[in-house]
Structure formats: structure tokens, C-alpha cells
Design a binder for this molecule. Structure first.
Ligand code: GAL
Length: 999
């Protein structure tokens, strides 16, 4: 092969590789340990030193050295190619893995057709059996199958050899935003069939009138010997009640096929067709599957080959600007998912895939886009079974050379091959509702060619391609049936939907970039989607934080284990671009998921769960509630519910959580999908003496029974309504509550600078205008602006400290390092049990957009529990707080912070009315004048901003407390729209008051 380097020839996509098909095959697994050598290039000679490697496995994750001692480690890049050579040339240094192992091929396989199946290899695989070249294939995310009948020796050990070349012409169309790896990444096996075999089975299972299923099974039969034997026959049975339903042959087609057979003789095609009465339709909410058996018979009537399939009856169509599933306009609550595991890179087991999809289902997702390549077929089996709509995306992304390759005739075969092989493989999955031609490859004739093939082959599903609509949502009709933009703003998509121009559904292929502390305005997107005809949802970018587990070898202390969930094991960290010495790299841009690398849900997941919840409620008079069933296909009978009452008046010292929360079982009425009904709130709840203050009613909605994706009792949503407002201002209430708690008085003491002094305050309250930049702040350009303004380094100059009896008025000037000054006044008044702190700050016009304005202070050591009344229990921010019901909560201080792989502002709680910190005998309480953003962590902002990885943080023993008059929303500026105007903190006068008390 060295004379004819197929790895630099885009027109050759495979050699002797079998066509992709949808006949599930078993066989003998070849997974496990293989002999292995890593060569510096495909031309290098083998040495006699063999190592051992796991298959499937990325060699980049098994820390391999090539024969010259050079290690090939993961490299993270967004869209730049990892080397400078132009397409189609791979670099001279091109890690190449040579794999070998033996397999005993059963003697009974003599006379049968034998196939070697390589699940996936990155990026070119050349296969050998007993030293004979059997074929070559490209596409790192689809199987290569090779007919090895001529090369195997049944009854003897056979040597299987695989050569995997990492970089190739194909890499230019696999230029996704991802870690680059190398190796055999999916299972390998060898199987045999009868010489008369099922070449492919194509199932179409729609819905006919009157609730019947419309089933067509097109079977292709071949004979390894060449001509088909006279008298072969095909049949199919749908598992049914009793007896099984045998599918009749489609007579019209039979006549046609017979004519064709006379011409061909070596390809048999049969179409079976049946109307199946009263089917239970498949949808993401109702993943009903039926078993189907297909058999091909020899002329003597014996079964030559057989396959089992699962059939889901459903339709998917576009009518006007709506995407309909089973005739119903469904919202697409999707997420983008890469194949990822923190220990194995791109290699994922069936259990991992199940856990991913189970997590998605539990948090309200009903759709997944296989960004940006076909996944292991097991993922689609799971999506069929658990119920998720899939946008199945072909492995085409020529990002760095997008314009060039989309029209390059040399790459036409690659585009066609990748799309058609994916579709041929995945066509029978009911979960696949939309095909995607790939990602970020501009738009060219190569796309149109692939789209043309696809429309002919599978007219039953729409297709999409973002590149086709990138510059105009109405363009690119040949290649996209859906307007599927990425990161479009709300104004933009609403504008399109209202323009009168929209002719197809708008479903964002990517939106709400989840990098770090992000996903601001997810609820605003959904408010727009649900109120604007023509908008139907989208796919959050993305599911995973792609942090790879890396041992920390620089002698730093292991983290204290305080943040178990989401954090790498002690002694390890979540590595991102650059951490393996990879150069060039794109840093932590790959840490942008809704789950941590260990699959722990990030706070946004709770936001999403609520927005997607099957049930919503709204007040209907004083003792009734309107309950909405937000599902498309199901009633509420699979859910259980409980009313919970939380009252602010209850959150006084000394009460237990049980005292605070009253729960009563709730009856969910039989509401049809999309319907509503009014229910009475149980009188015992309303009659309960909740004390003064606000009262909130939450409906805790859970799964009633065990489901394949959730045990009984799993929370599905927590819709909430306010049933009584606060009856007086919160500061007056604070006095009553503190007095009620039996707390004595406390004289105000300030030092010479006018700073509050108390033994439990390690650092007094001062003005804060800065936060440790989030990824959105940093990449969106705000962090640099704030640094230039010097918001991170305020100096304080007391102007005067005046005592009026017990009251102290402190005026100060804060000057940011950049030179801008802010006038600030604190009025400190002793009150029952503490001090009332009234603050005023005037932000000048020069500070047009700052991250926060408020007070920051630190407690003495020893406070370890945080109780609050406000939104919770998870982290919430001003533009990401739709999923945090108001209530009284308690948490360990160590667990409040969100341990992002790259530290940043996190751990905030929105709309907090009051909180208390406790530890040992001490208790410190804060009552706020109105619901405010609060955070309590073990970290100062400057330390968070300086750290590049979570394990670099050394938690303080004290608490760092922020009480904000205003806090900038999170937005999504690392990729997409910035924080929206209502959530910005601009110039003007801010006042905020709080009572600080100690017991
Ligand atoms: C998109 C791209 C994704 C990812 C994302 C940013 O443009 O399709 O692969 O790069 O941006 O994280």
C-alpha cells in the first residue's frame, strides 16, 4: 500500500468494503487485548517489539509510545486542522497503529460466507486475514465490513490484522470540534452467514387510517455463490398476539421484481406489505415497539438466514411550517451529544450510552442530535426503546476548508458515501426522525448530491443541513427541509417566524451554549418558542463537558473531596485543550456541556427539566389551580404528585425542615394531552396556619411506577405558584423574626476606617462590582473590559464616618484600578439582634455594564451550613432561575459551589429573602430588603479567576459571602447571544438594605 497511499486519496473511500445494511449480526467478538505497535507513519517498518492494547480503545487514552518512543496523546481543537498541509495531504508524521490477534474460526463455518466487522476506526482502517489484504475503509464513525471468506481457514486459529492510520484525506471531512484520537473505537467481530443470505432489510412502518399500522418490508437477498438458486423464498412475521402475523408479498412489486430478476439473477428483491390493525404508535413519549422476524428460505424450504428487528409505527412529516410526528406538532427539546467518556475518550459502552439517554429523559429532553457523526448503532436501539427523537447526522465536517471541499469533485464520493452509508445502516430506527447531512461544511454541490440520493432512498423522513440555511433561512431548499440555525438570537428567530416568509419549521440545531456557568435565557427561548407559531424547539449545545481524566503529577495537594459529584477523583483533574501538551489547542472550549465529565447534572439541567415538565399549573381563584398536561401523546396517569406548601414565615430559627414543609398527596385529574383541568387545593393545605409572610404552593410531580429510564418517585417537575404575598416590607419582618427568635441586641462597632467590626466577621462588608469571569464573560470580551476598568481591584477611601447616637453613617469612595470612582454610603443602625445596613452606590456612566453591584464579606471560620429562603435548592441566576422553586432550603457550604473544570463565578442563589450560616453554636443570619442574588462559597473571586483547573483551588475555612443589589445574567456569549438587556447591570443609583444578626 505504501506505493499507493490510500490515506491521501479522497476519491477512494473504501476498497472491498461491503455496503452498509440494516441486518443485525452477531458473531464471535474480537474485543479484548490485541498485539499492538504504534508506528510514526504508515510507511514505517514494523519492529519486533509488540505491546498489548485494548480493543475497542483509543491508543491516545492508553498512553502509547511509537516505536521511536514518541507518545501520541489527545489533542483538542475546535476547527483548525491539527497540521498545516492542504487537503488531501496528511502530515508526514502520522501515527499508525498495527493490531494483530488470533481467532479460532469454527470448523462449521467451512462453506459459509465469513465477514469481518470493524465497528469504527479513526480514520482509515486496512484489514488483513492470515496476511491477505481483505479491504480498506474510511469514516471514523461507521463500521467497515469485509468479506473474508477467501482468506479464513475454518477449524484453525486465524490471524486478524488491522492497520489504523490516524491522519488521512478523510480527516479533512472529520474536522469537528473535538478531541483528536486514534485507534479502533467500536467493537470488532467476525460472523458467518449461509451463502444464501439477507443482504439488507428496509422497513417502513407508518400509520394508516383508523389506527392501523402500514408496514412495508423490502428485503434484498444475495447468494455468495453468484446466481440465486431457483426457488428461494422470503417471509416476514410480525410478533403479535396469537398467531404471529405473516406479511403478504406486495403483489404489484412481486411482478416487477420478477421481471427484474430475469435480468439480474443474482440480486433478489422482495417487498412484503401489510396493514396491521390497531397498532400502538411509537413516539418519544410512547416508545412502543413490535418484533419482526425476516427469513430467507432455500429451495428445499429450510431457513438459510434470519434476522430480528424492532418496528415502531409512526409518521414524520412536514406540513406547512410544522414538523409533525403522528400528525401532532411536537416540541423538540433536544441536546447535542458526542460519543464521549472521560477515561476512554471516544469509546463508549452500551451501559454508558444507556446512562446518557436515561439522564436526558430524566431531565426532560425528548430529542438528541448525534453531533456530528453516526453513533454506535446501540445508541439508536436505546433511543427506540427509551423514547427519544434522533437527528442522525452524517460524519461530514470540513470546517477548516469548508468552502473548498463542499464543491470539490475529489471529495464528492466522501460526502455521498458518508451520508448514504449512515442512512442505509439506520433507516429502520423509528427514533430517527430527521437525517442531517453533517455540520459546518459550508454548502455546495456535494451536499446536493448527497441530499438527492437521500430523498430517493428514504422519502419517509425530512432532512436538514445548517450550512444550507446559514445566510438565509429560506435558502438551500435542496439540502434542508428545516430551518435549523445555530445560536440564533430570540429576536432573530421570532422575526423570521413573524416575517410572513417562513415556509418550513424552525428548529435550532444548536443553541444555549452550555460552556461553564451558562445557559442564560433558556426560559426566554422557550417562552418565545411556545408563543410563536413556526418555532418548534432546538438542541442545546451540548450534553458533555469533554474533560478527560488526567493524573495530576505536579505535586499539588489532591482536592479535599468536598465536591464529590462533578469533580475528578482525588489526584486527577478534568483535562482540556493544552493539558496534554497539545499544541495548537482550543483550551477549555470543549468543556461546554449540561453534565460534568462524570455525568453529574449541572444546575442548568434542573432549569431544563422544569421548562420541559409534563405538568404546569396556574392559579384559578383563591383555592383552585388550573393544571395543564403539556405532553403531546399521553395523559397524566403515569405520574404521581404531591402538594407542598412553603411559607416564608416558617423559616425561623429552631424549626425543623419537617415543620417548614407541609405536603399532601395530590390527585392528578385525567387530562388528555395538551388539555387542562381545574383542581381544588386540599383545604387542609390552605387552612394550615402558615404564619405571616409569602406562601408558595408547589406540585411535586414524580413517576408513579418504575420506568425503563426512571425508578418510581423520580421527580419530573416542580411547578409552583405563589398563593400569598408578603404582607409587609421584609426589613420590618426581619425585626419581628429576629425578635421572635429571642435574640438580644448588638451595638454597632466600626473601626477607624468605618468598617464594621465583629468577631464572627473575618472581613467586613465592602462594595463589590466584579465576579470571577464566567467563560461567557471571558470569551464574550467582558472580562477583559472589566479588567481594563479595574473592577477586580477596588480601593476604598473613607470620606467620613459620622455617629448619630447609636447610628453610624459611613461615606466612602471606591476607585477601580482603571481610575473610575464610585460613591458609596453605608448607614449602620443597631436593631434587634444585629445591625441594619443600608447601602447606596452610584455607578457612573463609565461603568455601563458591570457583572454585579453589592456587598462582599467573609465570615470567621467554623460556619459550614447554609439555610435560605429563596430560589433553590440548586444554583440559580437572574436569567437562569425558572427551575428553582421558592422555598426554605439547607445545604452544606461546601456543596453550594459548582465545580466547573475551569473555575469561575458559580454557586449563586437567586431571589433570596434571607439566609443563615451556622456552625457549632454560632449562627449568623441575614435578612434582605427584597429578593436578591446571594452566594456563599469557600473561594474569593480573585482565586477563582486565577485558577485554570478546579483542583488548583484551595478552599478557605471561612465563607465568602456576596449579597448583590444586582447581578448580571449569564447569557451565552461564549458562542451565541450575550446576556439580554433586562439582565444587565448598568449605571445609576443602587440601594440595598440588609439586617445582619448573630446568635
Ligand atoms: C458550533 C459547532 C459545534 C461546536 C459549537 C461550539 O459551531 O457546530 O461543533 O463547535 O459551535 O461549542
Amino acid at each position: 500500500m505504501a506505493d499507493m497511499p490510500v490515506w491521501a486519496a479522497p476519491e477512494i473511500t473504501g476498497w472491498r468494503r461491503l455496503p452498509a445494511h440494516a441486518v443485525p449480526r452477531g458473531g464471535i467478538t474480537l474485543d479484548g487485548r490485541w498485539r499492538f505497535q504504534l508506528l510514526p507513519s504508515p510507511d514505517a517498518s514494523l519492529s519486533d517489539r509488540w505491546a498489548q492494547i485494548d480493543v475497542p480503545g483509543c491508543w491516545t487514552m492508553q498512553d502509547f509510545e511509537d516505536v521511536h518512543g514518541v507518545r501520541d496523546l489527545p489533542q483538542y481543537l475546535n476547527f483548525d486542522m491539527p497540521w498545516p498541509d492542504l487537503p488531501p495531504h496528511p502530515p508526514a508524521v502520522n501515527p499508525t497503529g498495527v493490531y494483530e490477534r488470533e481467532v479460532d474460526v469454527p470448523a462449521e463455518w467451512a462453506g459459509r460466507r465469513v465477514v469481518l466487522h470493524v465497528g469504527a476506526a479513526e480514520s482509515v482502517v486496512l484489514a488483513r486475514v492470515n496476511g491477505i489484504d481483505v479491504g480498506m475503509g474510511k469514516d471514523s464513525h461507521l463500521a467497515g465490513e469485509f468479506d473474508v471468506t477467501h482468506a479464513v481457514r475454518p477449524g484453525e486459529p486465524n490471524t486478524i490484522g488491522l492497520t489504523v492510520v490516524k491522519w488521512s484525506d478523510a480527516t479533512f471531512v472529520e474536522d469537528q470540534d473535538q478531541w483528536w484520537h486514534g485507534g479502533v473505537t467500536r467493537p470488532v467481530r467476525i460472523y458467518s452467514t449461509d451463502p444464501l443470505y439477507l443482504d439488507d432489510v428496509h422497513i417502513s412502518s407508518g400509520l394508516a387510517d383508523g389506527g392501523a399500522g402500514d408496514l412495508t418490508v423490502e428485503v434484498r437477498v444475495r447468494s455468495a455463490g453468484g446466481l440465486l438458486p431457483e426457488g428461494w423464498r422470503v417471509s416476514a412475521w410480525l410478533d403479535g398476539p396469537e398467531p404471529e402475523v405473516e406479511l403478504p408479498v406486495d403483489e404489484e412489486f412481486a411482478a416487477l421484481a420478477a421481471e427484474r430478476e430475469q435480468v439480474s439473477g443474482w440480486l433478489g428483491r422482495v417487498r412484503l406489505r401489510a396493514t396491521v390493525p390497531a397498532v400502538r404508535p411509537w413516539s418519544a413519549e410512547t416508545p412502543e415497539l413490535y418484533g419482526l422476524t425476516v427469513r430467507v428460505f432455500r429451495p428445499d424450504g429450510t431457513v438459510a438466514d434470519e434476522s430480528r428487528h424492532r418496528v415502531g409505527f409512526r409518521t414524520v412529516e412536514i406540513v406547512g411550517r410544522d414538523l409533525l410526528v403522528n400528525g401532532v406538532r411536537v416540541y423538540i427539546r433536544g441536546v447535542n451529544r458526542h460519543d464521549f467518556h472521560p477515561r476512554t475518550g471516544r469509546v463508549v459502552s452500551a451501559e454508558d450510552m444507556r446512562a446518557d439517554l436515561v439522564t436526558m429523559k430524566q431531565f426532560g429532553f425528548n430529542a438528541v442530535r448525534t453531533s456530528h457523526y453516526p453513533n454506535d448503532p446501540a445508541l439508536l436501539d436505546l433511543a427506540d426503546e427509551l423514547g427519544l427523537y434522533v437527528v442522525d447526522e452524517a460524519n461530514v465536517e470540513s470546517h477548516a476548508y469548508a468552502t473548498e471541499l463542499a464543491d470539490d469533485p475529489a471529495y464528492l464520493p466522501a460526502f455521498l458515501d458518508r451520508v448514504s452509508r449512515m442512512v442505509r445502516r439506520d433507516k429502520n430506527h423509528p427514533s430517527v426522525v430527521i437525517w442531517s447531512l453533517g455540520n459546518e461544511s459550508d454548502y455546495g454541490v456535494n451536499h446536493d448530491a448527497a441530499a438527492g440520493w437521500l430523498r430517493g432512498y428514504d422519502p419517509t423522513r425530512p432532512l436538514q443541513y445548517e450550512g444550507a440555511i446559514r445566510y438565509d433561512y429560506e435558502s438551500g431548499r435542496a439540502a434542508s427541509d428545516i430551518a435549523c440555525p445555530m445560536y440564533a438570537s430570540i429576536d432573530d428567530i421570532v422575526g423570521y417566524a413573524r416575517s410572513g416568509r417562513q415556509t418550513r419549521p424552525l428548529i435550532l440545531c444548536e443553541y444555549s451554549h452550555a460552556m461553564g456557568n451558562s445557559n442564560g435565557s433558556l426560559s426566554d427561548y422557550w417562552a418565545a418558542i411556545e408563543s410563536t407559531p413556526g418555532l418548534q424547539g432546538g438542541f442545546i449545545w451540548e450534553f458533555w463537558d469533554h474533560g478527560l481524566m488526567q493524573r495530576v503529577t505536579d505535586g499539588r495537594p489532591a482536592p479535599d473531596g468536598g465536591y464529590a459529584a462533578g469533580v475528578a477523583e482525588p489526584g486527577y483533574r478534568w483535562a482540556y485543550g493544552g493539558d496534554f501538551g497539545d499544541d495548537p489547542n482550543d483550551g477549555n472550549f470543549c468543556i461546554d456541556g449540561v453534565v460534568f465529565p462524570d455525568r453529574t447534572p449541572k444546575p442548568v439541567m434542573y432549569e431544563h427539566r422544569e421548562l420541559a415538565g409534563p405538568v404546569r399549573i396556574e392559579p384559578d381563584g383563591s383555592s383552585r389551580v388550573l393544571v395543564h398536561n403539556r405532553q403531546h401523546f399521553k395523559d397524566l396517569s403515569w405520574l404521581a404528585a404531591e402538594w407542598e406548601l412553603s411559607a416564608s414565615g416558617d423559616a425561623v430559627a429552631g424549626r425543623t425542615a419537617a415543620d417548614r414543609l407541609r405536603t399532601v398527596p395530590a390527585e392528578l385529574p385525567p387530562i388528555p394531552p395538551g388539555g387542562s383541568a381545574t383542581v381544588d387545593v386540599p383545604p387542609e393545605l390552605l387552612a394550615a396556619p402558615a404564619g405571616p409572610g409569602e406562601v408558595w404552593l408547589t406540585l411535586r410531580v414524580t413517576t408513579r411506577d418504575d420506568l425503563p429510564w426512571a425508578p418510581a418517585g423520580t421527580t419530573m417537575c416542580l411547578p409552583q405558584i405563589k398563593v400569598r404575598d408578603e404582607d409587609r416590607d421584609l426589613i420590618t419582618r426581619a425585626g419581628e423574626q429576629i425578635a421572635g427568635a429571642g435574640v438580644g441586641s448588638w451595638p454597632v462597632e466600626v473601626d477607624g476606617e468605618g468598617l464594621l467590626v465583629h468577631p464572627l466577621l473575618a472581613s467586613p462588608p465592602t462594595l463589590s462590582l466584579w465576579r470571577a469571569p464566567t467563560d461567557n464573560d471571558r470569551i464574550g470580551g467582558h472580562a477583559a473590559r472589566w479588567e481594563e476598568l479595574g473592577l477586580h481591584a477596588l480601593t476604598r477611601e473613607p470620606l467620613d464616618v459620622v455617629r448619630h447616637g447609636e447610628r453610624v453613617v459611613v461615606r466612602a469612595r471606591y476607585t477601580a484600578a482603571g481610575g473610575v470612582s464610585i460613591a458609596h454610603e453605608q448607614v449602620l443602625t443597631p436593631t434587634v439582634g444585629g445591625v441594619l445596613i443600608e447601602e447606596t452606590a452610584v455607578l457612573p456612566d463609565a461603568l455601563a455594564d458591570v457583572p454585579r453591584i453589592g456587598s462582599v464579606w467573609e465570615t470567621a471560620a467554623g460556619f459550614d451550613a447554609f439555610e435560605w429562603f429563596g430560589q433553590g435548592p440548586w444554583e440559580t441566576y437572574p436569567d437562569r432561575c425558572a427551575g428553582g422553586p421558592v422555598g426554605a432550603y439547607r445545604a452544606d457550604v461546601d456543596r453550594l459551589f459548582t465545580p466547573h473544570a475551569r473555575p469561575q463565578e458559580s454557586g449563586g442563589r437567586h431571589a433570596v429573602r434571607r439566609f443563615a450560616l451556622t456552625g457549632g453554636a454560632a449562627r449568623l443570619a441575614v435578612h434582605l430588603d427584597e429578593p436578591r442574588q446571594v452566594s456563599v462559597t469557600r473561594h474569593r473571586d480573585a482565586d477563582l479567576a486565577a485558577a485554570l483547573h478546579h483542583d488548583e483551588l484551595v478552599p478557605l475555612t471561612r465563607c465568602v459571602v456576596h449579597v448583590d443589589a444586582a447581578h448580571r445574567g449569564l447569557g451565552t456569549a461564549s458562542c451565541g447571544p450575550d446576556t439580554l438587556a433586562p439582565y444587565l447591570v448598568g449605571p445609576g443609583t443602587y440601594t440595598w438594605s440588609w439586617v445582619l444578626s448573630f446568635t
